[in-house]
Design a protein around this ligand. Structure first.
Ligand SMILES: [Zn+2]
Ligand SMILES: [Zn+2]
Length: 75
């Protein structure tokens, strides 16, 4: 798995909210960033994605298809 090798410091397998639900894991990215911000993370199910402050995947092009939540940065 090339992707796993490239993760480097990401030793723990972590999952976004949707993948956590799907795989019965815990959400690894809760409060990864402030409300109305996004964080770049690596989800074990999605690959490199962006999550909101609830740990929900918002990347519609992630490896896990169309589970991303709608997300608009409020200005
Ligand atoms: Zn995803
Ligand atoms: Zn995910």
């Amino acid at each position: 798995m090339m992707l796993l090798a490239l993760q480097g410091v990401g030793l723990m397998a972590e999952y976004c909210a949707q993948c956590a639900k799907q795989y019965g894991m815990s959400n690894g990215f809760i409060n990864e960033c402030k409300p109305n911000y996004l964080a770049n993370v690596i989800c074990e199910g999605c690959g490199v994605i962006q999550v909101n402050h609830k740990g929900e995947c918002v990347s519609h092009d992630c490896d896990n298809g169309n589970h991303a939540v709608e997300w608009k940065i409020k200005k």
